[in-house]
Structure formats: C-alpha cells, structure tokens
Design a protein around this ligand. Structure first.
Ligand code: C2O
Ligand code: CU
Length: 466
C-alpha cells in the first residue's frame, strides 16, 4: 500500500522531472444551465513533460482531468455523454446522493453506452462538497487511461471566493522508460491479485509537479481528489499548517488540525484542506524516507491577514439509528498471500486454471463479482451497519454508492475523530471496520473496492434499498 520511492524516482532520475509552470489543464465548465457535453475520446497528452513524447489517453473533451463541473448546491446537472471510443462506457458521479437511474453503473443501473451512442444524465446535487466523475465500465482500464474529472458543488452561499478555491486532482500513472503511458501492462494479473495498478509517475491536474498560485495571508481551500487506480497517498498537511475542512465532500463541524500523520488518502477519497500561507510550500508524498514532491505552491500578494472564513455548513444527512440498525457482515478474502480460500463465481467454485481464465481472485463472503443477486437488501429508511473484515494481505478502499456513511468502529475500537461521514474508507489487512448509514435512497447500489483492479477481480457486490 506504500508508494515506492524507487519507482517514483526511477523516472525522475532519468531527467524527466520538470517543474512545469504551465497553467492547469483543468478547464472550468458551467453545467447548471443547459447541457454540458462530455465526449469520451482519445487524445494525446504529454504526461512526462512538454519535451517528452505524447501518451495516448482516453479523455473527456480531449483533456485529462476532464472539464471541471462546478455547480451550486441544489442545482440540476445535465450532461450528455457522447461515446467516441471503440469501447462501451458510462459515467458515475462519485459521492453524489443521486437517483439510482443516474448512477452510471454499467451492467447494474444502465447499459454501457456503445461506440457512437450517447446517454443523458440529469440529476440534482443535494450536498455541497468535493466530488468527481469517472467512467464506470471496465473502470480499471478506462479510469486508468484518463476518464475522470472533478465535480465541485459549491455551498448555497460560497464560503471561499473563486481565487481561494483550488482543485487538486492527484493521479498515479505507470509510464514506460520512454515516458509514455505503459499500455501493455493494463490488465496484468499480477496487479489484479496484488496491490492493483500502481504507477511510477504522479501528476497533479494532469502535470508532474505543477506550480500553483495562492494568495499570501488569505485562507484558501484546497480540494484534493485521489483519482488513481490503486495508490494510497500519504500526506502531511500539518507541514504547511493546513487544517482539514471536509472528508469525501462532507464538512467537519469545524476546521481541524490533524493530530496524527500521515493522512492517508486512498483511491477515490477526497480531503478539503484550508491553508493560510505566508510563504511557498510543497505538497509532498511522505511515505518514503525522503518526501516526494507532488506540487509547488507559490504564494504572492499583499499578505493582509483576512479573517478565517465561517465554518462550512453541514449537509443534511440522516443520522443513523444504531439502536435499531440491521447489521450485515462482509468478509473480504482472496488475492496473493491471502492463504487458501474458496471463491464462487457465476455459481461455480473456482479451482486451478479457473482463476487465470476468469481473473476472479477476490471475494466478498466467498463470492466474486456477485452481480445476479444483492449482498443484502434493506427497507428504505432503515439504518444499516456494514461490518467489513479484511481477511486479505492488502489494504482496500471500500466505497458505497448512493449513500454517505459514518465510520463508527475500527477493529473493535470507537473511531475517535468524531465518526466522520465518508463515502470511501480504507481498511488494512486483518482489520474490521463498521460503517453505518440510513438506507434512504431506493435502488441498487454498489459496494466495492475502489482499487479498480480489485473491483474487477472480484471485490464488487451491491445492496438493494426497497
Ligand atoms: Cu467511484 Cu463505483 O465508484
Ligand atoms: Cu481492494
């Protein structure tokens, strides 16, 4: 689960590391009025730097990250997905409590959109916060090639001004020694059965180590989104005096200085930070002996101290009723070094060569990629506690669709930092984590690992709210 410094440095040392000063590739898009067209298409992008050969990415509208969709809380979002790829695709709106029909899960809530066809998404965003969108058909391939973008829902009355609100999309690419996207290793069974597709080349907003401008002495909001397939990023925001405003889009009651380090940001997770910088600083990955730089923040301006902004208003999430909850257990098993487990896939117990043929090597409650029946069903309005036990040798990033949950217990102990609301939680080997939420959104909702190779290789199930 730890980034490999040698891997990161493998390319940096070959002279590809450039302190790019080009403006962010994130293009703002206003989707509130009218329909935003997102064309899934191939495009060239020089991941390793302007002087390096281009990689062939899959993008929305020619850029990765795709256009930033920025709307106000309660607004309607209308997006027309036009598929110009040779492979069917769909879009999921990660973290949005959405109508089931708009959730974008190919094979569960809609059919994948074939080449040349289009699909209209139309939904309202109930919660303010930092979200993202990404392909949800063969995500390990499509997200891994660049099909994702930020979805920012501003508070009904914005708390930070436009110049003090910065989106930071963090990705982790695997490049060949020539500095282009390593195409040949997509789908590697080694990745699927181990820690997922880990890269060797970090980008922020599509660039390696960009410089990002901030205003001196003014509180700014940094919206960090980890879109990588499998990389858990270790960050230490206290090093530049940052406080945590929100996890996975949901604000904390007040901005909080983390009492621990590192902050682990798993695949699909978000954290909103508040910084009030006096001088330049670097956002670093800190899991190795020496920190690895991800982005440089350049601070300029008058430095008149502005007052701290008011706290972010909380979203109206239904409080789980633990006394009346229905508890369901999910046992995670399989993968390399996980010991002998029995895995059923499409009604058959796998053995021998079956693993290689089906590529199903992980399971929830003994079943890989259970799509024909739900993991559990629950009546609308009921509180559910999902108690998940990780009986594998790897960390995972578990995600519920359609609902945010409170993390209430981790390996038998209460979660001390206020049982935060999240939509994705990290679980280490041998850990048990309980989450609780009110199942108030009818439909079929995925519960899966957001390490996208794990999801494809068996760690996908769903629950039904009726
Ligand atoms: Cu980010 Cu099933 O999704
Ligand atoms: Cu996993």
């Amino acid at each position: 689960m730890r980034p490999d410094r040698r891997q990161f440095l493998g390319l940096a040392g070959s002279g590809l590391l450039s302190a790019a000063l080009a403006p962010s590739l994130i293009r703002p898009a206003r989707a509130a009025d009218g329909v935003l067209e997102l064309r899934a298409m191939r495009a060239e992008h020089r991941l390793a730097g302007p002087d390096q050969p281009p990689s062939h990415l899959w993008t929305y509208n020619g850029v990765s990250p795709g256009p930033e969709i920025r709307v106000r809380q309660g607004e309607r979002v209308r997006v027309r997905l036009v598929n110009e790829l040779e492979e069917p695709t769909s879009i999921h709106w990660h973290g949005i409590r959405i109508d089931n029909a708009m959730d974008g899960v190919a094979g569960l809530t809609q059919d994948a959109v074939p080449q040349g066809a289009s699909f209209d998404y139309d939904f309202v965003v109930p919660d303010a916060g930092t979200y993202w969108y990404h392909a949800h058909n063969k995500s390990w391939n499509q997200v891994g090639r660049g099909l994702y973008g930020p979805l920012i829902v501003e508070e009904a009355e914005p708390v930070f001004g436009p110049g003090n609100d910065v989106t930071i999309v963090l990705d982790d690419w695997r490049l060949t020694p020539d500095g282009v996207l390593d195409d040949a290793s997509f789908g590697s069974l080694m990745d699927w059965s181990h820690g997922g597709r880990l890269g060797n080349w970090p980008t922020v907003n599509g660039e390696n180590r960009p410089a990002i401008a901030l205003r001196k002495g003014e509180p700014s909001r940094l919206r960090l989104i980890n879109v990588s397939n499998a990389r858990i990023l270790a960050l230490d925001p206290s090093r530049f005096g940052a406080k945590v405003l929100a996890w996975d889009g949901q604000p904390l009651p007040q901005a909080t200085t983390l009492g621990y380090a590192p902050l682990l940001l798993g695949p699909a997770q978000r954290v909103d930070l508040m910084v009030t910088p006096d001088e330049d600083f670097v956002l670093e990955e800190v899991s190795a002996d020496e920190p690895f730089p991800l982005a440089d923040f350049r601070v300029a301006g008058q430095g008149d101290m502005t007052p701290a902004p008011r706290p972010l208003p909380l979203n109206a999430l239904a409080e789980p009723d633990l006394a009346k909850a229905k508890t369901v257990k999910v046992d995670m098993a399989g993968g390399a070094m996980g010991g002998a487990v029995s895995i059923t896939y499409q009604g058959k117990v796998l053995e021998g060569e079956d693993y290689r043929r089906t590529r199903q090597v992980w399971a929830f409650n003994g079943v890989a990629n259970r799509i024909d029946s739900p993991l559990f069903s629950v009546r609308r309005g009921e509180t559910v506690i999902i108690e998940t036990t990780n009986n594998t040798a790897f960390a995972h990033a578990m995600h519920t669709h359609g609902h945010h949950f409170r993390v209430i217990e981790r390996s038998g102990a209460e979660v001390d930092d206020g049982k935060p609301w999240r939509d994705t939680f990290l679980i280490g080997p041998e850990q048990t984590t309980s989450i609780a939420f009110v199942a108030d959104n009818p439909g079929k909702w995925l519960y899966h690992c957001h390490m996208l190779e794990h999801a494809a290789a068996g760690m996908t199930g769903w629950f039904e709210v009726t």
